[in-house]
Design a protein around this ligand. Structure first.
Ligand SMILES: Nc1ncnc2c1ncn2[C@@H]1O[C@H](COP(=O)(O)OP(=O)(O)OP(=O)(O)O)[C@@H](O)[C@H]1O
Length: 279
């Protein structure tokens, strides 16, 4: 269970990254969505005890992230967005050392590292210095660490950024097979669709909406997206949402796309108050 009550974070330079965020979730897999700078990483860092809130409270599995920080650290594993491997150490050393630092015996750490490195497809490069691996493979080292941790709650900040489409799908299937609860951030809407039981959308540190992908997409039920015309502007693209039975009018002249989480993002992640236009 993840709970936040009036959670606020003001950084030293006065930036208010979280603004009285109140939210609770008992989902197995929670995905945080929001524009760059919305406050997702700040929220994850507070939940995983890497950052102190300015005010308000947050609980992970019932433990307060400030008062019970040591207990929280025992049950969570966190892979930050900016995580960089130690270049001279191998994937195998990364995973095994991480596990021993979490209190596993050396023999347990060795056997679990071996099995996880096979699972994530890093077995053939397990003894190479991570410096010599590709960017995507380096990212997978951290996925392997999270997977191996067996933590009750695993926080992953943009876990598949930089991975090729096949590797990304492999990582999704690994994450789905994990028993741990997952809290992740992503800018890939297919990833959110694939992994999230529940979405939390944040804008300027405030909760915009939360719910299952299917319940949130009900807002667009019976509609399609038309690109090339309309009032909504995303960069140079003009968009509107019309009812499916009106779509035939646009066929051949405009691009018509089925509704996806991207549309939820377009409509709600920013500051604009947008409305459906079916004229
Ligand atoms: N150490 C810091 N000092 C000052 N401001 C910060 C610091 N870290 C983040 N911020 C600011 O806090 C706000 C929220 O940042 P945060 O990293 O939480 O956003 P985010 O939603 O994770 O963004 P992204 O999707 O780009 O990773 C932004 O305005 C950011 O510039």
């Amino acid at each position: 269970m993840i709970e936040a009550k009036n959670l606020t974070k003001v950084y030293g330079d006065g930036t208010k990254a979280l603004d009285s965020l109140t939210f609770s979730s008992s989902s197995k897999s929670l995905t945080l969505l929001g524009k760059n700078g919305a406050g997702k990483t700040t929220f994850m860092r507070i939940l995983s005890t890497q950052l102190m809130p300015t005010s308000g409270s947050a609980l992970v599995e019932g433990y307060d992230v400030v008062k019970d920080a040591k207990k929280v650290r025992k049950i969570v594993s966190s892979i930050p967005q900016e995580a960089k491997p130690v270049g001279i150490s191998s994937p195998y050393e990364h995973v095994a050392m991480y596990l021993t630092s979490r209190g596993l015996s050396i023999s347990e750490a060795i056997s679990r590292s071996r099995s996880v490195l096979k699972d994530v497809g890093l077995w053939e490069v397990k003894d190479k210095p991570t410096d010599s691996l590709s960017g995507g493979m380096k990212r997978k080292v951290f996925v392997a660490m999270a997977l191996a941790s067996d933590a009750e709650v695993v926080f992953l900040d943009e876990p598949t950024t930089g991975l090729d489409p096949l590797s990304r799908m492999e990582v999704w299937s690994i994450l789905k097979s994990m028993e741990s609860k997952l809290v992740l951030t992503t800018h890939y809407m297919e990833e959110a669709q694939e992994l999230a039981d529940e979405l939390l959308m944040i804008n300027r540190g405030k909760l915009v909406m939360s719910g299952s992908p299917s319940s949130l997409l009900k807002k667009f039920e019976g509609m399609v997206r038309v690109e090339g015309t309309g009032e909504i502007r995303v960069g140079r693209t003009m968009i509107k949402y019309v009812r499916k039975d009106e779509a035939s009018y646009y066929v051949g002249k405009y691009i018509i796309k089925p509704i996806s989480l991207e549309d939820l993002f377009i409509m709600y992640a920013g500051d604009q108050e947008l409305t459906y236009d079916s004229s």
